[in-house]
Design a protein around this ligand. Structure first.
Ligand SMILES: Nc1ncnc2c1ncn2[C@@H]1O[C@H](COP(=O)(O)OP(=O)(O)OP(=O)(O)O)[C@@H](O)[C@H]1O
Ligand SMILES: [Mg+2]
Length: 230
């Protein structure tokens, strides 16, 4: 599903070269539930950016379903991203002028969903417990509610790869568990591959695989507690 080879990302900063990621290597099979841990600033969000093609690596390669996306142009990438990847960002990136329902509909129009985008959006918002907030705009929603809209949006098209940056960061414990159960059931039902950057131990409990970053380097790649249930 995903292969990262000798991935590096550095930025010029005040005459020096700041290395954010250094020689990161791993591959992830379809249907894995992978968590990416590491201290703040260790490069988790940057790595997620590189594997979704939103950030350009300065060295190395990223293969998404066998295709090297690290050298692709934005126009090609956009299509792949639409078909293959759902994303939940650390900052939720909802469109402020659209309601919750409309935000969830956006990828359905872009990816030409086979059913009614509006019905699908309502279904997804129901799953994340927001049936009563369909017509609210992001500014009228709490942080946790915005996060759940972002999760519903990312899941809307049932993408084979879901990449999420701290998806439970703003949720109450019970709500976080509901979202995780939902992600796990997607993996079981559809074979969805999940890559989740998180500080939350509860997320780690669901993992079939644990990756750990420190200072831009992958320092650990080990089976998670649910490794056997694949
Ligand atoms: N555009 C940029 N310009 C300069 N430095 C950057 C840029 N993007 C990231 N960095 C630096 O790269 C490092 C890694 O950032 P990144 O956001 O990937 O960390 P993270 O592991 O996601 O942290 P957190 O857990 O706080 O979200 C940080 O030290 C950050 O300051
Ligand atoms: Mg981050």
């Amino acid at each position: 599903m995903l292969e990262v080879r000798h991935l590096g990302r550095s930025l010029p900063l005040g005459g020096e070269l700041l290395e954010i990621l250094r020689d990161v290597n791993f591959s992830i099979a379809a249907g894995e539930f992978v968590t990416l841990a590491g201290p703040s600033g260790s490069g988790k969000s940057t790595l997620l950016g590189c594997i979704t093609g939103l950030d350009l690596p300065t060295s190395g390669q990223v293969f998404l379903k066998g295709t090297d996306i690290s050298t692709m142009r934005e126009s090609q990438l956009a299509g792949i991203r639409n078909r293959t990847v759902g994303m939940v960002f650390q900052a939720f990136n909802l469109i402020p002028t659209l309601t919750a329902r409309e935000n969830v509909e956006v990828p359905l129009y872009a990816g030409s969903w086979h059913g009614s985008p509006s019905d699908r959006a309502k279904e997804l918002l129901g799953l994340v417990g927001l049936s009563h907030r369909l017509e609210h705009r992001p500014s009228q929603l709490s942080g946790g509610e915005q996060q759940r809209v972002a999760i519903a949006r990312a899941l809307a098209t049932e993408p084979p790869l879901l990449v999420a940056d701290e998806p439970t960061g703003n949720l109450a414990a019970a709500q976080g568990k509901e979202v995780l159960d939902l992600l796990w059931s997607l993996k079981e039902r559809l074979g969805t591959t999940l890559v989740i950057a998180t500080h939350d131990r509860t997320v780690g409990d669901y993992a079939t695989r644990w990756l750990q970053l420190a200072d831009g380097e992958l320092i650990s790649d080990a089976p998670g507690p649910r490794a056997t249930s694949r």
